[in-house]
Design a protein around this ligand. Structure first.
Ligand code: COA
Length: 437
């Protein structure tokens, strides 16, 4: 049998970006690569030719790009539908010109395989290796699964995309159209970590023991935790996202993944977002295992590791322990992401703990994040039944196994002092008894 060489297959699929996007039709659902793996050149070409299209739905979660398809002049041509809202898509979602679809991150690949079939996957990959496999590099998450189920796969081959191990490859024969275009991978600079974030980071690290398996979420607080882990030993990483903070801890062997059950010896991640230093670090690194989100974030997979500690952040917590992490009142700010996947995975893990850590106030100290009642319209992300620890710069509140009264007291103790009177008054109204600390 005459089996074609992968190099011939590759050459036969090479097209210009303009030709590639001509295979997208009006009314199609197009899913684009995630976060740092956004295929910027393909998206720019699509947007430049917007007049060719009517009602093309563009789906993704986090974007580090410009979200040009949400601009007012794109109305009728493109409509964004996100599972997560980023800086570039927030306004469109909140003014009604774009859509938001709630859903746990680990379920997104399944949605694309079932309820939300995908016409076109627009992805970015590394150059092929000597066997003809390209890597999805910085993102496996839904990017790899969507390429497995889309009707048409259009891939931008970028020489700067790192090659990562794990289930994160696609063979050139499974790509329909290939566009060669190299450009720097989108970067996210480390978050600003101030004195208060550091206090919170220190409290969080006091709950982390040698041998724990960590998940760290988005934002300045999870980032600050990483700087307080230098005295720990044999930490593991099984996390949705990773940023620059993991590099030195892995290089120094503080994170060595020795105690893990799932893929011992490797940091299991579904996407990375950071600087070029991080992208160079994960490139060809056998200690990094990048895998689809329906595996990494599956709570039953997370729970196979003992002593899982998840650390995420939030926007508001009420006195019962209901956690809002994705909206400010009715306004969608981000999305559930993997917060609940990991809160539940940690709860099922032997010795597991989940932490929600936040500054006690927001908006320059004008509002308390610990409130008697959630803002009208706010979406509860982590329910009061799931919540475990809440941390602010004023300390640690353990809520699991605690009564409503005990929860309220523990939360008032870690609220900003300027707001404690109001919270105490609500305690007395609600529980018909004087507040005693
Ligand atoms: N009332 C009014 N405004 C509030 C507020 C509140 N209760 N809480 C936060 N805000 C404002 C802040 O002031 C800030 O505004 P600014 O940008 O104008 O300064 C903005 O909302 C962002 O808040 P901040 O706490 O600084 O955000 P962050 O970057 O640290 O991210 C989350 C925190 C909760 C938004 C983020 O962690 C998230 O999206 N979580 C959900 C998903 C998740 O946890 N995934 C985990 C796996 S990766």
């Amino acid at each position: 049998m005459n089996i074609p060489d992968w190099k011939d297959i590759y050459a036969s699929k090479l097209v210009t970006a303009k030709e590639a996007i001509s295979y997208i039709k009006s009314g199609d659902r197009v899913v684009t690569g995630h976060a740092a793996a956004e295929p910027t050149y393909l998206i720019d070409t699509l947007v430049d030719n917007y007049e060719m299209y009517e009602n093309v739905e563009i789906c993704h979660l986090v974007s580090l790009g410009e979200g040009k398809y949400t601009r007012p002049e794109m109305k009728g041509h493109f409509i964004f539908n996100g599972f997560f809202v980023s800086a570039c898509t927030r306004e469109a979602v909140n003014n009604g010109s774009a859509n938001f679809t709630p859903g746990f991150f680990h379920e997104v690949p399944k949605l694309f395989r079932t309820e939300m079939p995908v016409d076109v996957a627009l992805v970015m990959v590394s150059r092929p290796d000597k066997h003809g496999f390209c890597s999805f590099g910085t993102s496996s998450d839904f990017t790899k699964p969507v390429a497995d189920c889309a009707r048409i796969v259009i891939a931008q081959v970028n020489e700067h995309m790192p090659r990562t191990f794990g289930g994160n490859l696609i063979h050139v024969r499974d790509i329909d159209f290939i566009v060669e275009h190299s450009e720097p991978i989108l970067e996210m600079q480390p978050a600003n970590v101030g004195i208060l974030e550091n206090k919170i980071g220190k409290y969080c690290s006091s709950l982390i023991k040698d041998g724990d398996c960590l998940q760290l979420g988005i934002g300045s607080i999870p980032e600050s935790v990483l700087t307080f882990l230098w005295d720990k030993k044999n930490l593991g990483l099984h996390t949705e996202m990773a940023s620059d903070g993991i590099i030195d801890l892995m290089l120094a062997g503080v994170i060595n993944n020795k105690m893990k059950t799932v893929e011992p010896g490797r940091s299991v991640i579904t996407f990375v977002m950071g600087t070029k230093r991080l992208y160079d670090f994960i490139d060809d690194n056998p200690e990094i295992s990048m895998n689809p989100v329906d595996y990494v974030n599956d709570p039953t997979v997370i729970a196979k590791n003992d002593n899982v500690v998840s650390i995420n952040s939030c926007i508001q917590v009420d006195l019962m322990g209901q956690v809002v992490s994705e909206s400010i009142g009715l306004k969608q700010f981000s999305g559930v992401g993997g917060q609940v996947d990991f809160v539940r995975g940690a709860a099922m893990s032997k010795g597991g703990r989940s932490i929600i850590a936040m500054l006690s106030t927001a908006a320059g100290g004008k509002v308390s994040r610990i409130v008697p009642f959630l803002d009208q319209g706010a979406a509860v992300t982590t329910s009061r039944n799931d919540v475990h620890y809440i941390i602010t710069e004023y300390g640690i509140a353990l809520l699991k196994g605690k009564t409503l009264k005990e929860r309220a007291k523990a939360l008032i103790k870690i609220a900003h002092p300027n707001f404690r009177d109001e919270l105490r008054a609500e305690y007395e109204r609600r529980f018909f008894e004087p507040y005693e600390a």
